[in-house]
Write a new protein. Sequence first.
Length: 255
Amino acid sequence: MQTSADLFRLDGRLALVTAGASGIGQALAIGLAQAGADLIVTRHHQGCEATVAAIEALGRRCQVMDADLSDAAVPERLIEAVVARHGRLDVLVNNAGAIRRAAAEDVSSEDWHAVLQLNLHAAWQLAQSAGRQMLDQGQGRIINIASLLSMQGGIRVPAYAASKHGLLGLTRALANEWAGRGVGVNAIAPGYITTANTAPLRADPQRERQVLERIPAGRWGQPADLVGAAVFLASPAAAYVHGQLLAVDGGWMAR
């Protein structure tokens, strides 16, 4: 007899998490493995030794693939390589992303295009290629790591805000087409999480105080705070959840 706990199990599933060497990607990869999935994680510049060791210690398999997703030729080749080796893909977590801070009037064309390429275009390429495989399988889950700036404008990050607004729109558009064909597409909006991307904010006493004053939970989030949301959206428990943005933000959006 299936229990409610069984709904959150990912045994026998194969998940791909981009940028899994550290931070949010590492936490999500390990969390999916704890739920029973085998993992493929991508890296660019960084090693993935700690991620692999943690996943293998759980008795799950973990493959590391080098992938510079800022290169527009790479995302489709990545999915092709995964399918060629494993014959399937059950879960895609589009986690790789970048942020470049500058006053709007000073943002260079190079920075604008670099952020849009990685945060939105690569996510689209991966989702489209993975979605084709999942549609053939008749099942699959895609989880896009969006942002609170999918709903807000932010300060000094116009390219990032534009890319994350676009990622939410993409999430909803794909859900509209694929929900009835067995493929779930949803997004997670992390709040202010202690990662390399937020290090400049945490190093600025005024900005850190302003951030903490608005978070009802009274603290910065940790990458591990996102694991439950990712496991839920990847699992059978979310079978009727499509096109949603789940904010994991300590209550930020409630203020």
